[in-house]
Design a protein around this ligand. Structure first.
Ligand SMILES: Cc1cc2nc3c(=O)[nH]c(=O)nc-3n(C[C@H](O)[C@H](O)[C@H](O)COP(=O)(O)O)c2cc1C
Length: 218
């Protein structure tokens, strides 16, 4: 199925795209091919004490020592500043809750652009659990919560007002539901993390396989 305005005669020929001259939304290309993405369900609290919760799938773990995660947020959704990024920048703290199949629908409910005074825990029917090192609450229904301290926000995009903020955070405390711990491993068959594909599509991780990494003997 060809899209992005390419004539049918190009079928079978690799589509070559320069993002700088691409006339459609490059977001759809990028998020269509970098898949599946894990979902950070980020809980924060504003300086006024309003709790916030929202999903972010431009998310990954990037270092283990110091334990470091990143997620990226557009600065604005239309005319509204994104509450998560505002709260992270103002308080320097947040919690990343892992999205698993049981809470995927609840996660989706929190993704509408609610006004700043709305606590999305209530919208989604999720419960707040106290954190140990940060003020923002954890999602009690999520089996893994990472309490994080902000290291840096890197501005992406020429216009800081409309670009993205890449949040780099250090995990300073971690909660893992004990039934997921299998010896020295987390049992991902029990964890059941949800992956984000493109647009409104998601995937489960039920179909996994093992592949032992080779060792160079030379
Ligand atoms: C699964 C999922 C992943 C998302 N990932 C991102 C993301 O990586 N970056 C982003 O800016 N918005 C992302 N969004 C949109 C935000 O969740 C949405 O704009 C939300 O309203 C932001 O809430 P906040 O203003 O309370 O932070 C995602 C939405 C969904 C459903």
């Amino acid at each position: 199925m060809l899209r992005f305005g390419q004539p049918d005669t190009l079928r079978g020929v690799a589509l070559q795209i320069d993002p700088n001259t691409f006339e459609h939304n490059f977001y759809r290309v990028l998020t269509g091919v970098v898949v599946p993405r894990p979902i950070a369900f980020v809980s924060t609290i504003s300086t006024d004490g309003v709790v916030n919760l929202a999903p972010y799938s431009f998310f990954n773990a990037v270092a283990s020592d110091p334990p470091t995660i990143v997620f990226s947020s557009s600065r604005r959704a239309g005319s509204k500043a994104k509450d998560t990024l505002t709260n992270v920048e103002e308080t320097g703290e947040f919690v990343v809750n892992v999205v698993v199949d049981d809470i995927a629908e609840a996660m989706n409910k929190t993704a509408a652009e609610f006004p700043v005074e709305v606590n999305e825990f209530e919208i989604a029917g999720l419960s707040e659990a106290p954190s140990v090192k940060v003020k923002a609450p954890r999602v009690a229904e999520s089996p893994v919560n990472m309490e994080c301290r902000l290291k840096q926000v890197v501005d992406l995009g020429a216009d800081p007002e409309h670009g993205h903020g890449l949040v780099i955070g250090e995990v300073i405390y971690m909660h893992i539901r004990d039934d997921l711990i299998d010896g020295h491993r987390i049992n991902h068959q029990l964890l059941k993390p949800t992956g984000r594909l493109a647009g409104s599509m998601y995937c489960r991780t039920a179909d996994s396989f093992e592949m032992v990494r080779p060792v160079y003997e030379g």
